[in-house]
Design a protein around this ligand. Structure first.
Ligand SMILES: NC(=O)c1ccc[n+]([C@@H]2O[C@H](COP(=O)([O-])OP(=O)(O)OC[C@H]3O[C@@H](n4cnc5c(N)ncnc54)[C@H](OP(=O)(O)O)[C@@H]3O)[C@@H](O)[C@H]2O)c1
Length: 273
């Protein structure tokens, strides 16, 4: 069975629209990039369309080197007319992404990548969690009661696997979480004993039918290109026994909606200062 993420995304968008209407001005989001590759350009174009639909202004600033990017971020950080900013990925070699991320003010860090916003998660406070992690958690909450559930997260990256596992442990959500990675032994025995499996590895058909039991909820975060088509990390066969988020149109779709929601919320908070 496919988990319907379209409606989750629509619900978020309609709340974002209301926040924007109540603001009385258009929030502004700026993407900072350097020599963007074709997939980044496509992503930025789709973001531009989404922002326009929600009444959010969207701009792109490009820098050729580290010095340009530091200047761009400093300017955007102090510009009261800018409410959210983020760095595109991947950035070219020689660009220190961590150093740039450290310069983004947490209150404008709508992608939730700064140490401040990631650290907030450990305290159970979610100002701006990384958008994909928040999307995965919201889809899970929409689909099932997490309290006491055995959830396995495959992947331990800073902006996907780790924040998802921390968010699932939050008091009130109360999932029992296992995190797997490339050094984990016998992942199959762990996933077979799980009620929810989150897969964020970046390998097509990684999660196979024989790795899950009947009724498992699978949150497929992976994005892979196979024969020119976008596919996730879960083998499509698992739909025979599991409820699965689609790729494309699943976690990715909800992630974009959450980014825009963060921008509207950032504008709301900054305008009250
Ligand atoms: N839908 C969205 O909005 C969205 C957003 C972000 C990312 N993504 C996609 O999600 C996927 C993961 O992204 P990411 O940024 O988290 O990637 P990443 O930084 O490359 O992390 C991948 C994780 O998978 C683990 N892994 C790799 N091979 C494995 C194996 N054989 N068995 C178990 N674990 C294994 C790695 O383990 P180690 O730590 O041990 O190396 C690592 O923790 C990618 O396909 C990416 O494109 C989607």
């Amino acid at each position: 069975m496919t988990i319907d993420c379209k409606n989750i995304s629509k619900e978020i968008d309609s709340k974002t629209k209301k926040i924007v209407e109540n603001l009385g001005f258009s929030p502004k989001l700026v993407a900072v990039t350097s020599n963007p590759d074709p997939s980044t350009v496509t992503y930025l174009n789709s973001m531009k369309k989404k922002a326009a639909k929600l009444g959010i202004e969207f701009d792109v600033m490009e820098g050729a080197n580290m010095e340009d990017l530091v200047k761009a971020i400093s300017k955007l950080a102090s510009d009261d007319g800018v409410h959210g900013l983020f760095l595109t990925h991947p950035l070219p070699e020689g660009i220190d992404e961590f150093e740039l991320t450290m310069r983004i003010p947490p209150e404008k860090d709508v992608e939730g990548r700064t140490p401040f916003n990631l650290g907030m998660l450990v305290y159970g406070k979610e100002l701006f969690p990384p958008c994909t992690a928040e999307a995965a958690v919201r889809i899970m909450e929409h689909t099932t009661e997490l309290k006491g559930k055995k959830v396995t997260v495959i992947g331990r990256s800073v902006t996907v696997g780790k924040p998802i596992s921390i968010m699932l442990l939050k008091k009130g959500r109360d999932a029992t979480v296992t995190v797997c990675h490339s050094r984990t032994k016998d992942i199959k025995s762990i996933t077979l004993d799980s009620e929810v499996v989150v897969v964020a590895v970046g390998r097509a058909k990684f999660l196979k039918l024989d790795m899950i039991k009947e009724g498992t909820i699978v949150i497929d975060i992976g994005i892979n290109v196979v024969d020119g088509k976008l596919v996730g990390d879960a083998d499509p066969e698992i739909e025979e026994v599991a409820s699965v988020t689609p790729v494309p149109g699943g976690v990715g779709r909800v992630t974009t909606s959450i980014l825009m929601e963060h921008v509207a919320k950032a504008a709301e908070r900054l305008s009250k200062r």
